[in-house]
Design a protein around this ligand. Structure first.
Ligand SMILES: C[S@@+](CC[C@H](N)C(=O)[O-])C[C@H]1O[C@@H](n2cnc3c(N)ncnc32)[C@H](O)[C@@H]1O
Length: 235
């Protein structure tokens, strides 16, 4: 059968499937009322981080922050840094807005959009001090491995957005995804592995425990945490 032009067109493989959002009334209110204080709309214009945060400070990005508890805690714990979170799941963004507002956190902004498009369009080259990707969706079925976020092209993209010697933190509770991450990062040669920890939830690497980590631990999974450093000898 000859594919229709629609079918023949290359489709981007995304790392997420939009789940029907069951927003609680308070999350819906937060998305309306708190968004002007914390939210940044997706656009194709690069962000001026110094202007956005009203100060010049290292920028830490969390990709796929889920309900945002870890992100808000890190923003509170590291008040000298500016934090940016990207998440597509609306209820998670609503939850994070409520948490941020209750904590009175000032050094945090959120974007509700696909992180790949945000990085390509809004995040300037060499503008990030650190990127955190905690418990990315594991896509355990073999036919879905192509949806995993950590892939060669994605590593290239995030590497370009990190400052010289910037750090990439990743954690997972899926043994098969951990093997995949080890292999893809080693193959790319864009990062050096500064630290790799396997643990039972008792040695998180410079981060609080996350919701999905808690879930994985409940299933008896072991955790792997990495800190990779951008290789600056390649510039
Ligand atoms: C397994 S959850 C982990 C959430 C949180 N980091 C934690 O550890 O509790 C992965 C999250 O990544 C988000 N996500 C996946 N791909 C994304 C993308 N391309 N852009 C933004 N968020 C994404 C999903 O919506 C989901 O909330």
């Amino acid at each position: 059968m000859v594919p229709t032009p629609e079918k023949a067109r290359h489709r981007t493989i995304r790392s997420f499937v939009r789940r029907a959002g069951r927003l609680t009334p308070s999350q819906a209110r937060a998305l309306k009322e708190l968004w002007p204080s914390y939210g940044i709309d997706f656009s194709t214009e690069p962000i001026d981080f110094d202007r956005l945060f009203g100060r010049s400070a290292p920028v830490v990005l969390e990709i796929g922050f889920g309900n945002g508890d870890t992100l808000v805690q890190q923003a509170l714990d590291h008040s000298a840094s500016n934090f940016l979170g990207i998440e597509v799941h609306e209820p998670g963004v609503g939850h994070c807005l409520l948490k941020a507002d209750a904590a009175g956190v000032k050094n945090l902004r959120l974007i509700k959009h696909d992180a790949v498009e945000v990085l390509q369009n809004q995040v300037p080259t060499a503008s990030l001090h650190r990127i955190n990707i905690y418990f990315p969706d594991p896509w355990p079925k073999k036919r879905h491995h192509k949806r995993r976020m950590i892939q060669p092209a994605f590593l290239e993209l995030i590497n370009s957005r990190l400052e010289a010697d910037g750090a990439l933190h990743i954690a997972t509770d899926w043994a098969n995804y951990a093997e995949h991450i080890d292999a893809v990062v080693a193959e790319s040669s864009l990062f050096t592995c500064d630290e790799r920890r396997e643990h039972d939830g008792d040695q998180p690497l410079d981060r609080p425990r996350t919701k999905f980590e808690q879930r994985g631990l409940g299933k008896g999974h072991r955790i792997v945490d990495w800190r990779f450093l951008k290789r600056s000898d390649l510039d």
